[in-house]
Design a protein around this ligand. Structure first.
Ligand code: NDP
Length: 281
């Protein structure tokens, strides 16, 4: 069996049409949905991510500002910038690009963002809302993965989903979202004793680790749906995910590629969250 691709670029394009329509409706009511992206330092990967996010806003009828600060910005200065954005009525969503320089406490900065503007979904209020099944902003990457499962009409009820990775921004919220859709969820991490034994039972595998080829074809149950969140580089510098794509593709029923899978969906869900923030204000 050769798996069908879940194309994150095509799905994003569809969802972004809806985003642009909702943004136009808001503008018609005199509200221009606005996202502030804050970048501290000059990490090259972060610079690419923030540029892509700002461009996606501009292309889809949202207003966005990019604040660049030197790596030497103090924590107090950053907190005061966040507070100014909290108070700014033209800004509905605030995203502070991670990672932050080591002298800044990222948790403190995230907690300083108004939960009403927490479009990244990293605030404890957002995490708590997801945990207890209340409305709130869902972190964009796992939210995008859920949209990809929706797009193939996959019913998670009663299925076994295995999430590899337990970060606060991907693995844990991913597990909560799958659970909310009635999957039986196993979360694996670096101390999991026998990862292969877990993944072989999985109807759905989400790999969110950050290591090339960490999910190989012999670890995947025939017919499973495989979602690759990982972003890594091959020896010749090309972007790749966590799964051994060509081999796993011959075992799975559906698979997401890297590039062109979860990455574009993450940005799309940021636009969706920003619109929701603007609609709620
Ligand atoms: P983290 O480094 O925060 O988390 C990685 C997780 O993988 C940890 O929970 C870690 O376990 C686990 N892990 C590490 N080694 C193993 C192993 N051998 N077996 C099982 N589990 C293991 O990363 P993130 O969650 O932030 O990101 C994961 C990947 O997704 C990265 O490649 C990142 O670049 C990518 N990413 C992609 C996005 C996109 O838009 N496409 C957005 C966000 C992230 P432990 O907790 O025990 O250390």
């Amino acid at each position: 069996m050769t798996a069908q691709l879940i194309d994150g670029i095509a799905l994003s394009a569809q969802l972004r049409i809806q985003v642009a329509q909702r943004a136009a409706a808001l503008r018609g009511r005199g509200v221009v949905p606005g996202l502030a992206v804050v970048l501290v330092g000059d990490d090259p990967a972060s610079q690419v991510y923030v540029r892509n996010k700002v461009k996606a806003c501009q292309d889809n009828g949202l207003h966005s500002i990019l604040e660049r600060h030197p790596a030497a910005l103090t924590e107090a200065e950053l907190l005061s910038r966040v507070e100014a954005l909290n108070q700014d009525p033209s800004i509905h969503g605030i995203l502070v690009q991670l990672p932050l320089p080591a002298h800044i406490d990222a948790h403190k900065v995230i907690e300083a963002i108004s939960s009403a503007k927490d479009v990244d979904g990293f605030h404890v209020a957002s995490a708590g809302a997801l945990m207890v099944g209340r409305p709130g902003f869902w972190p964009c990457t796992p939210y995008g993965c859920m949209k990809m499962l929706d797009s193939i009409g996959y019913d998670l009820k009663g299925k076994h989903a295995v999430v590899i990775g337990r970060s606060n921004i991907v693995g844990k919220p991913m597990a909560m979202m799958l659970l909310q859709k009635n999957a039986t969820v196993t979360i694996c991490h670096s101390a999991t004793a026998d990862l292969k034994a877990m993944t072989l039972q999985a109807d759905v595998v989400v790999a969110a680790v950050g290591k090339r080829n960490m999910l190989t074809a012999d670890m995947v149950k025939p017919g499973a749906v495989v979602i690759d969140v990982g972003m890594n580089r091959t020896d010749d510098g090309k972007l790749c995910g966590d799964i051994d794509f060509n081999a796993v593709r011959e075992v799975a029923s559906f698979i997401t590629p890297v590039p062109g899978g979860v990455g574009p969906m993450t940005i799309t869900m940021l636009l969706v969250n920003t619109l929701e923030a603007a609609e709620q204000m």
